[in-house]
Design a protein around this ligand. Structure first.
Ligand code: IPM
Ligand code: MG
Length: 412
């Protein structure tokens, strides 16, 4: 049953047709929804796969396994995939972490499924062309401002968290991170040499009313389909951006979303409360930098950072209603285990599940993916990062195969 609670966390795509779960049908049409393809005879979804570096290609191979399952089976949707290089892999070939051609492909795709970038091999490349710059350019150029990071504790993993079972069992929170503004992109961003020979580094945190309004709206829309509660995490006691964030979120709430419960919380207190009593939260909305940190923290509540998927969404196109979207695991490239077949592919596969839900309008298929993941965990399959006593330790491929096996059973 937790699966249903868990899936509700993703602001599921409501579907009036018989294909969706009761929970999905019961929800009001949200603005955070994908176009409904259930009535179309056949839709082809164009996906751009960007495996990237480190464990990225290994975990992406398991997404391809899941994709092959759906392509073989589904009559109403087909997936066309194209693959390109990004991050260090792109630096090695093109000298830059993402090419214009790759960005153009990303722009045309229905969705991008992204692996991870970076690693010690590229530690010495110039800052401007470091692997991470490829990901940041994609986020910025496609204006993917809303980053949804759901942290759900699967029942089978309640013991794998560093927190006691009672704190994480049934956990279902959603961190909504603003992704295209704030400290990550503010100018100036530089290191200058002063007259006395010292250096001075500057990062700038900038937010406008419109940027805060649009992320606040996403937070309230998401909350309406969940437990109806939003915490806005900000440093209004120190930062001017925190003061404005607080004011704008309050104003949007007053004007448009009075039915949703809103609480403001200082970002540092939020970090503390996340490990003290995480289940008090439903949706946490915050700026780019705080979101980066709070989501890594939330990941560990679920047992492992190898479990957390994410969706980065743009605004809906005024004509088609479609949002540009990139789906990626929250974990990084894990160079220490790369190439060894040890990585946990669940976050990457769950990110593909979010692709089905938000970009393809395939809520039923997304539910299947989530259920298959829960089933293999319940059967005792564990990669090293979530290994527990008396469980069955498997590698990346075996975990991917087990998930496809569970999908086959569920779909039979
Ligand atoms: C994340 C990552 C990225 C970020 C890095 C890889 C640039 O940590 O998605 O959380 O800082 O946003
Ligand atoms: Mg991060």
């Amino acid at each position: 049953m937790l699966m249903l609670a868990g899936r509700a966390s993703d602001a599921r795509v409501p579907c009036p047709a018989e294909c969706c779960t009761t929970a999905a049908r019961g929800l009001a049409m949200s603005r955070i929804s994908a176009p409904d393809h259930t009535k179309a005879p056949m839709t082809t979804h164009k996906l751009l796969l960007l495996p990237g570096d480190g464990i990225g290609p290994e975990v992406m191979a398991e997404v391809e396994r899941v994709l092959a399952f759906f392509n073989k089976r589904s009559t109403k949707a087909k997936f066309d995939t194209e693959t390109d290089v990004v991050g260090g892999a792109s630096i090695d070939i093109h000298g830059i972490p993402v090419t214009d051609a790759c960005v153009a492909k990303a722009d045309k795709a229905d969705a991008i499924v992204f692996g991870s970038v970076g690693g010690p091999k590229w530690d010495k490349v110039k800052y401007e062309i470091r692997p991470e710059a490829g990901l940041l350019r994609l986020r910025k150029d496609l204006d993917l401002f809303a980053n949804l990071r759901p942290a759900i504790c699967y029942p089978a993993l309640a013991e794998a968290s560093s927190l006691r079972r009672e704190h994480v069992e049934g956990l279902d929170i959603l961190i909504l991170r603003e992704l295209t503004g704030g400290t990550y992109f503010g100018e100036p961003k530089e290191i200058v040499t002063l007259e006395d020979g010292q250096q001075r580094a500057v990062d700038t945190t900038v937010y406008t009313t419109a940027e805060i309004e649009r992320i606040a709206r996403v937070a309230f829309e998401l909350a309406r389909n969940r437990k109806n509660k939003v915490h806005s995490a900000e440093k209004r006691n120190v930062m001017k951006t925190g003061v404005l964030w607080n004011q704008v979120v309050t104003a949007v709430h007053q004007k448009e979303y009075k039915d949703v419960q809103l609480e403001h919380i200082l970002a540092d207190a939020c970090a503390m409360q996340l490990v003290r009593n995480p289940k008090q939260f439903d949706v946490i909305v915050c700026d780019n930098l705080f979101g980066d940190m709070l989501s890594d923290e939330a990941a560990m509540l679920t047992g492992s950072i190898g479990m957390l998927p994410s969706a980065s969404l743009g605004a809906p196109d005024p004509k088609t209603g479609k949002r540009k979207a990139l789906y990626e695991p929250v974990h990084g490239s894990a160079p220490d285990i790369a190439g060894k077949g040890l990585a946990n592919p669940i976050a990457q596969i769950a990110s593909f599940g979010m692709t089905l839900r938000y970009s393809c309008g395939l809520a039923k298929e997304a539910d299947l993916v989530d259920k298959a993941i829960a089933d293999v965990l319940a059967q005792g399959y564990r990669t090293g990062d979530i290994m527990q006593p008396n469980m069955r330790k498997v590698g990346t491929t075996e975990m991917g195969k087990a998930i496809v096996g569970a999908l086959e059973k569920l779909a039979a």
